[in-house]
Design a binder for this molecule. Structure first.
Ligand code: C2E
Ligand code: CA
Ligand code: CA
Length: 398
């Protein structure tokens, strides 16, 4: 599938000319591109670029007109990179890095100017090799562009993983987990792309979509299974949380769907709590509105215990890494028991993640853990598969 940001060119086709105003940079996907200077009569080649190289980025960085011209050398294919995509990163960069980049660009421009003034012979040029780091950055920029397209073309989809009440042994709720159905890479897990999305402002529209889609699905379950009392857990990202419109947005969504805020558990991780006062106020405001807030990945951060005393939560999720070692490591077993006991005192019910056997489920239940989630009960599955599961409403054996 060819996306609109991917472009095919014929031999000698001009991509841009010196002094043009530039609003795009390009990555060479196949073939070669020549960067050259011309004074109308004589032409001076500056470089020949090959697959994986980026060009046209200088005008995007410093806003000046193009300092050289570019054209296809034979047939070639390019990915274009928008100004927004780069400028966002540059604005966020360390001021010293920004200064260095601007100085380098200035130097390159001065060199190009000198070259135009004294046009030499037409030496043959080697295709320049990019360093490994440059290749990584280019890969990242391309991937980011793909994510933007994924959002536009509705390639994201939600899966839902049942959360079981370990006393009744039946489904109590779900965790909504995003998947990317990419035409190029297939079904991509969130660990691969959510980190990258989080580095850019793309995370906000993606997360807004996650919230709306999960709530819509949840409403559907409520309407179809009115006798089951269920909840929906939704992961919240850091940037989304600091969006000043966050509270307003999620309230509008649940109001439009006539959901109760208490139907929704917002999962926040310890990394998000590092930010202090603002986050604390935001969590309190959410809980005042009636939303449930769960502390996710408990025990993996630096100061898990201090978070419990500084913030108020409705649930605590023990990280899968603890459950994995529950049977093989005595210390881990002791820590899990201590967390569950502590949560009883705090009146914050525990959800254990990553349960892969009935024995683990039973043990956790006996320790007083309220909820369990894991492949033993069900992997994350799509919304239609959840409907089938709810029709059976199974009682799990633990
Ligand atoms: P998480 O919030 O800790 O989600 C639980 C992860 O553990 C999920 O991985 C789930 O599939 C996996 N898991 C659950 N039970 C088991 C088990 O028994 N065995 C094994 N091996 N794995 C189990 P997933 O779906 O790949 O998500 C990875 C992470 O990506 C999530 O970790 C969460 O941090 C992030 N994420 C996923 N969806 C979203 C989203 O919609 N928004 C945000 N902001 N982050 C998301
Ligand atoms: Ca989670
Ligand atoms: Ca987790």
């Amino acid at each position: 599938m060819i996306h609109e940001f991917s472009k095919s060119l014929v031999d000698k086709e001009v991509i841009f000319e010196k002094d043009d105003h530039g609003d795009k940079a390009y990555i060479v996907d196949s073939g070669r591109v020549e960067i050259y200077l011309t004074d109308g009569e004589t032409e001076t080649p500056i470089s020949v670029l090959g697959v994986g190289e980026i060009f046209g980025e200088m005008a995007l960085v410093d806003g000046s007109p193009r300092s050289a011209s570019a054209r296809a050398l034979g047939e070639c294919q390019l990915t274009s990179v928008s100004k927004d995509q780069l400028s966002e990163r540059i604005e966020q960069a360390d001021p010293i890095v920004r200064l260095l980049v601007n100085m380098l660009i200035k130097r390159i421009r001065e060199n190009n100017d000198k070259l135009t003034k004294s046009i030499p012979g037409n030496e043959s040029l080697d295709v320049k090799k990019e360093s490994k780091e440059e290749l990584e950055v280019i890969k990242k920029i391309k991937f980011e562009k793909e994510l933007e397209v994924a959002l536009e073309e509705k390639q994201f989809t939600m899966h839902y993983q049942p959360i079981i009440d370990l006393s009744t042994k039946q489904i109590a709720g779900f965790e909504a987990l995003i998947r990317w159905n990419s035409p190029i890479h297939g079904l991509v897990r969130p660990d691969i792309f959510m980190g990258l999305a989080e580095e850019t402002s793309l995370i906000v529209p993606i997360s807004n979509w996650v919230f709306e889609e999960s709530c819509r699905t949840f409403k559907h379950y409520q309407v179809n299974f009115p006798f089951l009392e269920l909840f929906m857990s939704i992961n919240i990202s850091g940037k989304q949380f600091s969006d000043p419109l966050f509270l307003e947005k999620i309230q509008t969504v649940i109001k439009n769907l006539s959901l109760k805020p208490s139907d929704i558990k917002l999962e926040v991780t310890e990394t998000l709590l590092v930010e202090g006062e603002f986050v604390k106020n935001q969590i309190d405001a959410l809980r005042d509105l009636g939303f449930m807030v769960s502390l996710d990945d408990f025990g993996t951060g630096y100061s898990s215990l201090s978070y419990l005393s500084d913030f108020s939560f409705d649930n605590l999720k023990i990280d899968k890494s603890f459950i994995d070692k529950m049977n093989t490591d005595k210390n881990t077993a002791v820590i899990i028991e201590a967390i569950i006991n502590m949560s009883k005192g705090l009146e914050v019910p525990v959800i254990a993640e990553g349960i892969e056997s009935p024995e683990d489920a039973r043990k956790l239940h006996d320790l007083g853990c309220k909820y369990g989630q894991g492949y033993y009960f069900s992997k994350p599955i799509d919304k239609h598969a959840i409907i089938k599961l709810l029709q059976d409403n199974p009682k799990f054996r633990i």
